[in-house]
Ligand binder design. Sequence first.
Ligand SMILES: CC(=O)Oc1ccc(/C=C/C(=O)NCCc2ccccc2)cc1OC(C)=O
Ligand SMILES: [Co+2]
Length: 174
Amino acid sequence: MKLNIVEYPNKKLREISKEVDKFDEKLHQLLDAMYDVMMNSNGIGLAAIQVSHAKRVLIINIPDDDSEQSKENLIEMINPIIVNKDGEIVYQEGCLSVPSFYEDISRYDNITVNFQDRDANTKTLDACGLLSVAIQHEIDHLNGVLFIDKLSYSRRKKFEKEYKRMQKEKKISK
Ligand SMILES: CC(=O)Oc1ccc(/C=C/C(=O)NCCc2ccccc2)cc1OC(C)=O
Ligand SMILES: [Co+2]
């Protein structure tokens, strides 16, 4: 299954993803293909909508201390729901769908997430710090929300200007 990453401002990224009710081979193929494209693109998180599948599916693989992304740390979340949240953390976020743009975003620091794994088993995860930021960032994707939507008006204007210039440069360089 060859997957391409959809980039801002593609309207596809604004779709609301639908709940998964079939935990079948096709879902497993999607999860495996998402992992490959995320790792090949140097990502640490990816939502299915970013590869044009409007399903409530996300994967996260936070590098450990020696910045190794081992598959043991891979988290696959299907139909995730945040049931508890508190605290605040500001982190410089990036997104494979908004290349070369990074901005400080404020999110909850401590969250509790209920979700299903690839075999439909229900799980609960308490997360804080970078893992919590990643989960919130990816769940936003399932609701058609991008991290740039959280920027203040002035920083959003700065982003739009920078992004347009970068896209023009990319076209010229092609
Ligand atoms: C040129 C370019 O676009 O660079 C990148 C930008 C973003 C990314 C990946 C972003 C990513 O995985 N975001 C997941 C959500 C998240 C954001 C902040 C903290 C936790 C989780 C990778 C890039 O590629 C390279 C080579 O670094
Ligand atoms: Co993203």
